[in-house]
Design a protein around this ligand. Structure first.
Ligand SMILES: *Cc1c(COP(=O)(O)O)cnc(C)c1O
Length: 497
């Protein structure tokens, strides 16, 4: 299996190269040249395997340049109960008749990003070895909270890697700050920046593309790589849990082999729902893919009108991991839908970057509507949904997941569709305690982060993830805070060059 770039189909690289490069030189994203098939019989057989074995099976269809031993090394290290507080890794909770919550947040940082960031370091280091890049891989991350912590946990003490995370000093929640300041591991670094998230991101990008710094790293046996969600190594692990959840539902006799399901995904950068699309086109029987957004509803409008327009107000919501106006992974979907037309994709995405807007053809719009339903809800509806689900089913969900539940309810009302449905549950409610408590109590709480967690426990009876419970007793290791124009010196100093 080789990988093409969405902006130049003539580019063909191995998966090891696609993963180490992260993004193609001309700005396109790597996509496998074809979508491998998985039969219903194969899916059924997967139902009897451990999550790591299921993952290895799916990876072997995409990462054909990896040996079986390499694939197992990656999957076994990432998906074990050392890292996940659930035997099944991705746990399915039965919400109500025919609706299932796919809980993707039993990993070390309590959000679904762990599903990919626990394995990415293994993919990266294995890939680098395969293409004889005998270098230490340096990961620089700019984070607004979740990605940074998940990347730190993933890369912590992984041989041959070093990671440095920058976050905006005033821009993350107290819990997220504690999570990062107390990070363990010998190869990790965390630094606050006196600026906002954009300053962090711009700083990291500038360092990334600085030829001088690149040369200095090279001279010292190091290279930069990227852990963000445009890396194929972050997408392929997400395909696994959609296949796995279908196999589990068949095994549990909730559905018959061959029955279609709907999949609902609370969406930001379009990575998670794109993985569901891949699972469908590999062979998982899927009726509708339901794309749920918060009030930053650029994707809802796109699915309904065929016009992608980021020229709009940006809202900070109670589902912050979906506050995004440029959904990067949409580029991969449109590449597939246009029949891998690199010229059209280059044109649309050049327009997006120059004017913030592009419009797809009627033909593509029809294809989008055949496969996807798009909907959104605001913060008030999100909180009302948390409260409603809690009262009706004694189930506590986080703000992002609640957006998905609400949009699914709207979809059902609008269409009368009774197909059984899997909802991707993307974060532990404890990670967003303040908003969840406000939804359950009706008023904003003035408790501190830890007291809120305790209060939420009283209400939900849901086990407190040990990673969050332990935080209170962990010493702070990283208290550096720097001015934004000193990032370059800080990075070089941190790397000892
Ligand atoms: C990142 C994130 C999302 C959005 O996922 P995408 O793959 O970017 O669409 C949704 N919920 C939570 C909790 C997240 O952290």
């Amino acid at each position: 299996m080789l990988y093409n770039s969405t902006r130049d189909s003539s580019i063909k690289v191995s998966s090891a190269e696609a993963i180490t490069r992260g993004i193609s030189a001309e700005g396109g994203l790597f996509v496998p040249e074809s979508i491998p098939e998985i039969t219903l019989d194969e899916i059924k057989t997967l139902g009897t395997k451990s999550y790591a074995d299921k993952a290895a099976y799916v990876f072997s269809k995409f990462l054909t340049d990896f040996t079986e031993a390499e694939i197992h090394y990656c999957a076994d290290n990432a998906y074990s109960t050392k890292n996940f507080e659930s035997e099944s890794i991705a746990e399915i909770s039965h919400l109500f008749d025919g609706t299932y919550m796919l809980e993707l947040w039993h990993g070390p940082t309590c959000a679904f990003k762990d599903m990919a960031l626990q394995i990415l370091p293994y993919f990266l280091t294995t890939s680098a070895k395969k293409i004889n890049l005998d270098k230490k891989i340096v990961i620089l991350v700019a984070t607004s909270g979740d990605t940074g912590k998940a990347a730190l946990e993933g890369f912590k003490d992984v041989e041959g890697t070093q990671i440095l995370v920058f976050y905006p000093e005033q821009g993350v929640s107290p819990m997220q700050k504690r999570q990062m300041k107390t990070q363990e591991g010998e190869n990790v670094g965390v630094c606050a920046l006196k600026g906002n998230f954009d300053d962090c991101q711009t700083g990291v990008k500038t360092i990334f593309t600085d030829e001088n710094i690149k040369k200095m790293l090279d001279d010292n046996g190091m290279m930069f790589s990227s852990a963000n969600s445009i890396n194929w190594g972050r997408l392929v692990p997400q395909i696994v849990y959609y296949i796995s959840s279908y196999a589990e539902l068949v095994k549990d006799e909730e559905i018959a082999l061959g029955d279609k399901i709907n999949i609902v995904v609370p969406t930001g950068n379009f990575g998670n729902i794109l993985a569901a699309y891949y699972a469908k086109h590999m062979g998982v029987p899927v009726n509708k893919l339901i794309c749920a957004s918060n009030i930053n509803n650029v994707l809802t409008d796109f699915i309904n009108t065929g016009v992608y327009d980021r020229n709009r107000k940006f809202y900070a919501t109670c589902s912050p991991s979906m506050d995004i106006l440029i959904s990067s992974n949409l580029e991969r979907l449109l590449y597939l839908m246009t029949g891998r037309n690199d010229a059209v994709i280059s044109d649309w995405f050049a327009k997006l970057s120059a004017e913030g807007r592009y419009e797809v053809t009627e033909d593509i719009k029809a294809k989008l509507n055949e496969e996807f339903y798009g909907g959104f809800c605001d913060d008030e509806q999100t909180k009302a949904t948390i409260s409603e689900i809690y009262k009706k089913y004694s189930y506590t969900c986080d703000t992002h997941t609640a957006v998905a539940v609400k949009v699914y309810e709207d979809y059902k009302k609008e269409t009368g569709d009774t197909t059984k449905t899997v909802i991707a549950s993307t974060a532990s409610p404890y990670k967003f305690s303040a908003s969840v408590l406000e939804a359950l109590d009706g008023t904003a709480s003035d408790l501190d982060e830890y007291a809120m967690v305790d209060k939420l426990y009283e209400l939900s009876n849901l086990a407190i993830p040990s990673a969050l419970a332990d935080l209170k007793n962990k010493p702070e290791r990283f208290n550096d805070s720097i001015e934004k124009d000193t990032m370059k010196e800080y990075v070089l100093n941190d790397l000892g060059i």
